[in-house]
Design a protein around this ligand. Sequence first.
Ligand code: ATP
Length: 216
Amino acid sequence: MTDFIPTRAIGILGGTFDPIHYGHLRPCLDLLQQLNLAEVRLMPNHIPPHRAAPGSNSAHRLAMATLAVEHCDELSVDTRELNRTTPSYTIDTLIELAAENPTTPVCFLIGLDSLNSLHTWHRWQELLDYCHLVVSYRPNYELTLAPEMQKLFEQVQTMDVEVLQQQKQGRILLWPSTQLEISATRIRQLIKHQQSPQYLLPDNVLSYIHKNNLYK
Ligand code: ATP
């Protein structure tokens, strides 16, 4: 037996958020409520080297994420990855978060597409030493795990939300949060082709995009 006495778990959604949209925000709120999380933080990351050039820089992505949560007390923005000058790997961030929250389980929230490619992440085998993974289904994506990931998944998957509060780390939960077929790529394309992405993202974020001439 461990002497771990948990406090309520927190959720972290990392992402490029270029721009942030309702496909990020609604699952955060679903998970907050349905998993009884104390809070959920959006954590914008630096654009990874293998991605296409960003549509907008870090300051814009941070500004848009901040606008998106301004009317929701339980959602906030964690700027730690943007503040670092070195490349930010999720594993480093999770180690930091686990040390800051010794009695609080950290639920790292990802979409199903991210779970499918998790085996390509830096030190992916260690991620569950520092968090639980909570995976939102995403329209147009099926669960297709690499063999090494499949093996791990079978060992640690749970369907019991209570387990995420009772254990500090180490489990994967697949969760059917609201299915929204929205991607930042589509929003950028719509704007580029002079079409409106209204109703796919918060109005204040869209106003910011127009004001700053992003994604043209
Ligand atoms: P892009 O189209 O530029 O690749 P994106 O819309 O996938 O961007 P990201 O910032 O890359 O957004 O995603 C951050 C996290 O949010 C990822 O774990 C991703 O799986 C998840 N996510 C993004 N959109 C959705 C959605 N519509 N439903 C569920 N999860 C999502």
